[in-house]
Write a protein that binds this ligand. Sequence first.
Ligand SMILES: [Cu+2]
Length: 470
Amino acid sequence: MTSRRDFFKFAGIAGGAVAATSVSRVAMAALPEPVIQTSPDTMAPLVPNSGRPYNPVVTLNGWTLPWRMNQGVKEFHLVAEPVVREMAPGFKAHLWGYNGQSPGPTIEVVEGDRVRIFVTNKLPEHTSIHWHGQRLPNGMDGVAGLNQPAIQPGKTFVYEFVARRPGTFMYHPHADEMTQMAMGMMGFWVTHPKVKNPLIDEVQRDFCFLLNAFDIDPGSYTPKIMTMLDFNLWSWNSRIFPGIDSLNVRLNDKVRIRIGNLTMTNHPIHLHGHEFLVTGTDGGPTPKSTRWYEVTTDVAVGQMRQVEFLADEEGDWAFHCHKSHHTMNAMGHNLPTLIGVDHRGLSKKINNLIPDYMVMGERGMADMTEMEMPIPDNTAPMMTGEGPFGSVEMGGMFSVLKVRRDQKPGDYKDPGWFKHPEGTVAHEYEGPLSEPARFKAEGGQSMPRAQTPSQPTEVKVRKPQSHNGH
Ligand SMILES: [Cu+2]
């Protein structure tokens, strides 16, 4: 983790009254200097040094935007601009975002705070920001054309409203949304409760991240913006496994995780080893009578979910989207299933016709992680991640919850791999084996097959159509 002090600085100019929507050059001098951050590291929580106190969140592979107090108003400065985001080590994407990153910085305020946000547009086209889920005056809702004129390139607009209810929110453009969200423009917003709220528990760790998705051809840098469903990179805060940091907690910490979905499909988010309660949605804290324990919660499109649990089991616990195609990275998916097809000799024959043809998957796809298969530059492997026992064979929306007895309070450093107590790891059995029980009823008590084909089905091997779909 990098020290936040490096970039926690503002121009010490007192803010003037900024009433007009479009800010003049003179008024620009009164803007808080924008804070830019380009490291993909998870930054330490930003402990508030002005305004009402609160327990800050930790943004996975992200950071919280510092503010300036100006006569009781919290002032932030967001800059919409092209950014380079390292999505995983060895793979950089050319995206659009805010203040040097996609997603933009998390904004943290306290219920009742008056908030003023300057938005400077450094994109090649107009934009706007919608404050997803907030109660605010209609003219601050950010839908270009409906609530305000679009912010033209080079212009700065100012939004101002009171954060009226505590909860988990997002921000994103509401102008050429298809392009701008496909390019990574979005950010997280947390409004902390002002006083003790019976529905909001105090926690020791409070994590947040956005679910997002990109369609970037292997070997290229810029997302395709017309894609509606066929995304090939499923990310948390524009990072893909193994680029997503682990969530490191102390044994018996109460943990909250806030998740927002700005992709175009739902994501069943699943935690191993613990049960959690869904304690909040877009509408705020959930009534206690509606809470029940789960290990997976579906986060639908445009939704926020806030889950809480007691981290009382030591270990390295997988935490991921349960759609199996969302835990892998870009690769051709137009492959027939070849499990059980013996193509020894066959690939040689095909290679005489198509020299670069490769047969894959005769024993499943796990071989892919070990195969020395050439991939283009600037591409993340499809299934990867070296764990203490070998390849984890994952990608995309996957991370690890690390629960440790000796993790210090407030310490978010990666403690390394879990050291399992003697005799608590699944291992090879080397004793005698008896015949395992197998299902034997087919054709007996179940219904027998009515027709049999005149000749056995023949499996034909087809050449994969392309390597860039997903
Ligand atoms: Cu998913």
